[in-house]
Design a binder for this molecule. Structure first.
Ligand SMILES: Cc1ncc(COP(=O)(O)O)c(C=O)c1O
Length: 461
């Protein structure tokens, strides 16, 4: 393969020459905003392109370039950008002079709550506005319910930027095991214990050593930032068994997986019922909605009538269950449920085609690549694709440590070089590829594979 530095330098030059207006926006935006924006994942190097329009599979930037987008609103947009079905519902609602915050409980939230509860083995649900807040409240609930302090999470698990989980995410140093944020209380480090995703032996050891102190185990059954990997069924069964045996609560983070693989929760495909589940992304239909759902005796700790000693002060934020957001979420999920078979078989088929296509292409050019995102329980239809450039020969990627260890995976190649190379070809990707929506056509998917082929060819010359 050609020298990486020269490929990157070349790509940066091309990018800069094609994104002059974005460079100007970036320069002025950076005067008031940190790195020119408000979310680090959107601010890739050398500088992001600023989007002015998006619809369906595509985004068009301020310099006039149109990209087929696989980032799709942080993977929330299962129907593509700005789906008409949601826009129409919102327009009609707003045409009655409604939709903005009222400060009163609106009826859409009861409907959305019921719709989600019908899909999950849970008694109650409460809405908030971000996955981060939902994970924070779920963990506070577990601490209050168990009267314990220790949280277990897996290395590679991302549950938002809240103090109880900012350890062992993507920074690899002999494992994924360190605090990744300043500004936390000094005791936080000692209250978060890390275990390894898909590693039953490590899990047993963790519970054997700390079981009676563990308030909860929070885990994504499909790990996102950790590399688009499904939990193995035996592993997740063991997770359920050990948490129950030790009186710890099991929290499934379904912020990514909820409604992504079918019109419901991933846990039901495993046949595992956690005590609490958190949702985000897709359940808002493009608007900021998240939720904590779970056992009634645990969620009741949110109630103002609960004994103050155990009560968790999740009062709800100003914008919790925002009327327009509830309507967007309800419209979106109703559509997913009604069209479940068509939607998920299409995007799952395309996902499979991309994963196998990319591996095949790179193998023809002797560049070792493994795609993640497939291989879920009961033939899960997965529309998520990660592309990993391997430094060592591996048959299968199973652990986040393999995704984030620079000795195993070439992180710079995945996150920076391939990203810019695909942009030059007209495709906006994330973690190597990203999320396929119903708006992506077969032709666009084939186009992305043709682009990968051209890139692989160029790199190997
Ligand atoms: C699995 C998971 N949990 C929680 C979060 C945090 O959600 P939010 O960004 O809405 O705060 C994310 C965000 O990407 C996520 O992927």
């Amino acid at each position: 393969m050609r020298d990486k530095e020269s490929i990157l330098a070349e790509l940066i030059e091309i990018y800069k020459s094609r994104h002059k207006k974005s460079a100007e926006v970036f320069a002025s935006a950076s005067r008031s905003l940190i790195k020119g924006g408000s979310h680090n994942l959107r601010l890739f190097s050398p500088y992001p392109f600023y989007d002015i329009q998006s619809g369906g599979s595509k985004v068009t930037d301020i310099d006039g370039h149109t990209y087929v987008d696989f980032w799709q609103g942080h993977f929330a947009n299962i129907l593509g950008h700005n789906p008409t079905i949601v826009l129409d519902a919102l327009k009609e609602y707003m045409s009655y002079g409604q939709g903005l915050i009222t400060g009163f409980p609106g009826e859409f939230q009861f409907k959305l709550a019921q719709l989600i509860l019908d899909k999950i083995s849970a008694d109650k649900i409460r809405f908030t506005t971000s996955g981060t807040l939902a994970s924070m409240y779920a963990i506070m609930l577990s601490k209050a319910f168990t009267q314990r302090d220790t949280i277990v999470k897996v290395g590679g698990g991302w549950h938002g930027a809240q103090p109880y989980v900012l350890k062992g995410i993507t920074e690899y140093e002999d494992g994924l095991n360190q605090i990744e944020s300043a500004g936390l209380s000094s005791y936080v480090d000692s209250t978060i214990i890390l275990t390894k995703f898909n590693d039953e032996a490590h899990l047993e050891k963790t519970f054997y050593e700390h079981g009676d102190k563990i308030a909860c185990f929070i885990i994504e059954p499909f790990i996102g930032a950790g590399g688009f990997l499904f939990g193995q069924t035996e592993y997740l069964n063991k997770v359920r068994e050990l948490t129950s045996r030790h009186g710890s609560l099991l929290i499934f983070d379904e912020v990514i997986s909820g409604f992504r693989f079918h019109a419901g929760v991933l846990q039901s495909l495993y046949g595992i019922d956690p005590d609490l589940t958190i949702f985000g992304k897709a359940i808002g239909g493009g608007m900021p909605v998240s939720a904590v759902a779970g056992r009634g005796d645990v969620l009741d700790l949110f109630s103002p009538e609960t004994n103050p000693i155990n009560r968790v002060k999740f009062e709800g934020g100003t914008f919790s269950a925002h009327p327009a957001s509830m309507l967007a979420g309800l419209t979106f999920l109703e559509y997913l449920i009604k069209n479940e078979e068509d939607i998920y078989s299409k995007i799952g088929r395309l996902g499979e085609r991309v994963r196998s296509g990319i591996e095949e292409i790179f193998s023809c050019y002797d560049i070792p690549v493994k795609c993640t995102g497939g291989g879920g329980p009961r033939g899960t239809k997965s529309s998520l694709v990660g592309v990993n450039f391997l430094n060592e020969k591996l048959d299968k990627l199973r652990f986040p440590e393999q995704i984030w260890n620079p000795k195993t995976s070439d992180i710079e190649l995945r996150e920076k070089i391939f990203k810019l190379a695909m942009l030059e070809e007209g495709f906006n990707t994330f973690h190597g590829y990203g999320a396929i929506s119903t708006a992506h056509s077969d032709e666009e998917i084939q186009g992305s594979l043709d682009a990968v082929e051209r890139i692989a060819k160029k790199w190997s010359q």
